[in-house]
Design a binder for this molecule. Structure first.
Ligand code: G6P
Length: 476
């Protein structure tokens, strides 16, 4: 198969699961892109021979034909330079991202960004309308495409449409700041089923729909004037747990983990943070907390090191540039003040790594530190837990990550409380291995029993049940 046709399951996401890259020999090629969303949906796609519509991540404006890569039917949507600026960096990541993450940074409201968001959402909806078979299931992903469900329903009333929000859905008081709040709510209501990470997000949405649009609601159902009903419910996303466990058991990964420890000078304990370089992740405060512990003599650089991997992200957006400079400066200062020869307090890596290297880092780390101010789920926390099939290691986790609702045995912190965070880092550092093993076992069971396949199955099964008069179903 070289060219995809039409499909019974269509995923519509801002990103394709591959990036368009220029290879070292100058030719163009495709490379699997990192990110939780991609790894989450790939197995469902393969099982259903579906199509995936998305942006390949380059500013080119020539749209190539759909193609099949590694068994996946891919339909590229190119964004022009202006669209990258106004739709992606602007409205998606300069307005919605900070607003939906509790105003950790200040959202900017610009009418031309909104206009571009509407235009790009329309193009995605039109493309989905072309690709979807009669009666197909279309599953729209995330905050970049919230208008697609309604636009698509207008074009293709025969489709079953689902929407899933990977990031938090904010409380009504925050969402209501949006000048285009009504249009966004109506856009989402084009779906038959709207999935959120947590029940709180679904409840926020239903409350807003009642308050702002005046529709009748009952529990997780919204009743529209045209007789249709829409369900809004929580479907906490997860990871390919078995895949991570298998990876972490590979000899090459074990060897690499040992080599990492060795290269760090075999300290007694390794702390690890792995995040996209994003202001929601709480990287700055976490590094400060660790540095204070060293400065106060509660930890020693001979005993402990903090490895922080920060994956480059959204690098042209102002807030992200500022954050990068802030972290660069902080790490430099901490190491300058507290490090010794061959013993930096923080080993900082501004880079993205393949899954194998991530698994080796997870295996090497004694204390995984995940401290976002707000996070839809946080898959890194789940990946760490999956990789610790030996029941060793401790997870320090922010109570504001979606994952905290499931990984209840983590060492829980409030990332705004630096002293509290310091105490919890020490508690994890000093913990009795029996205690950490008990916690890790319970968390791993949770992740293994609720993996990404279970997530996709439960969403698609629920999709099959909404609007029973609609004959055709796609099943996982
Ligand atoms: C979050 C979002 C995804 C997004 C990913 C990477 O996980 O929920 O929709 O794809 O971050 O961000 P980027 O801007 O590089 O796509």
């Amino acid at each position: 198969m070289s060219k995809p046709g039409r499909a019974d399951l269509v995923i519509v996401a801002n990103r394709l699961p591959v990036d368009h890259v220029t290879l070292p020999d100058g030719t163009a090629g495709w490379r699997r892109s990192p990110g939780g969303l991609v790894s989450a949906l790939e197995p469902v796609m393969r099982a259903n021979e579906g199509a995936w519509i998305g942006w390949p991540g380059s500013g080119d404006d020539t749209e190539p034909e759909p193609f099949v890569e590694d068994g996946l039917q891919l339909v590229p949507m190119y964004l022009s330079e202006e669209e990258v600026r106004e739709f992606y960096e602007g409205f998606s990541n300069g307005t919605l991202w900070p607003l939906y993450h509790d105003l950790v940074a200040k959202p900017e409201f610009h009418r031309e960004w909104w206009d571009c968001y509407v235009r790009v959402n329309r193009r995605f909806a039109e493309r989905a309308a072309q690709i979807a078979n009669e009666g197909a299931t279309v599953w729209v992903q995330d905050y970049q495409l919230q208008l697609v469900p309604q636009m698509l329903r207008e074009l293709r009333p025969d489709l079953r449409i689902g929407f899933y929000l990977h990031i938090p859905f904010p409380p009504p008081e925050l969402f209501s700041q949006l000048p285009w709040r009504r249009q966004l709510l109506e856009g989402l209501l084009g779906a038959d089923l709207i999935g959120f990470q947590l029940p709180g997000g679904a409840a926020n949405f239903v409350r807003l729909v009642r308050q702002r649009l005046g529709h009748k609601t009952h529990r997780d159902l919204v009743y529209l004037p045209d007789g249709r009903s829409v369900k809004a419910a929580a479907f906490p996303i997860s990871i390919d747990a078995a895949g991570f466990i298998e990876l972490a058991r590979q000899e090459s990964v074990m060897e690499r983990a040992a080599a990492i420890r060795e290269a760090l000078g075999n300290p007694r304990k390794i702390f690890l943070g792995i995040d996209r370089l994003d202001y929601t992740k709480g990287i700055y405060a976490r590094l400060r907390a660790f540095a204070e512990l060293i400065a106060e003599g509660r930890l020693d650089v001979e005993d402990a090191v903090f490895v922080q991997v920060a994956t480059p992200s959204r690098e042209r957006v102002e807030q992200y540039r500022i954050l990068r400079d802030d972290i660069d400066r902080l790490v430099g200062r901490i190491n300058g003040d507290l490090g010794r020869i061959g013993r930096p307090a923080i080993s900082y890596l501004h880079s993205s790594y393949p899954r194998e290297e991530m698994a080796a880092l997870y295996r090497a780390a004694d204390i995984m530190v995940v401290t976002p101010y707000r996070d839809g789920m946080n898959l890194v926390a789940k990946e760490y837990v999956a990789c610790r099939y030996d029941d060793q290691g401790a997870l320090v986790l922010s109570e504001f990550a979606g994952a905290a609702h499931e990984l209840r045995q983590a060492y829980m912190v409030n990332p705004y409380d630096i002293n509290g965070m310091k105490s919890m880092l020490m508690e994890a550092f000093d913990a009795d291995p029996k205690e950490t093993a008990k916690r890790m076992r319970a968390m791993r069971k949770q992740v293994v029993d609720n993996d990404v396949t279970a997530w996709a199955d439960s969403f698609l099964n629920e999709m099959a049940q909404v609007r029973p008069e609609h004959g055709k179903t796609v099943r996982p």
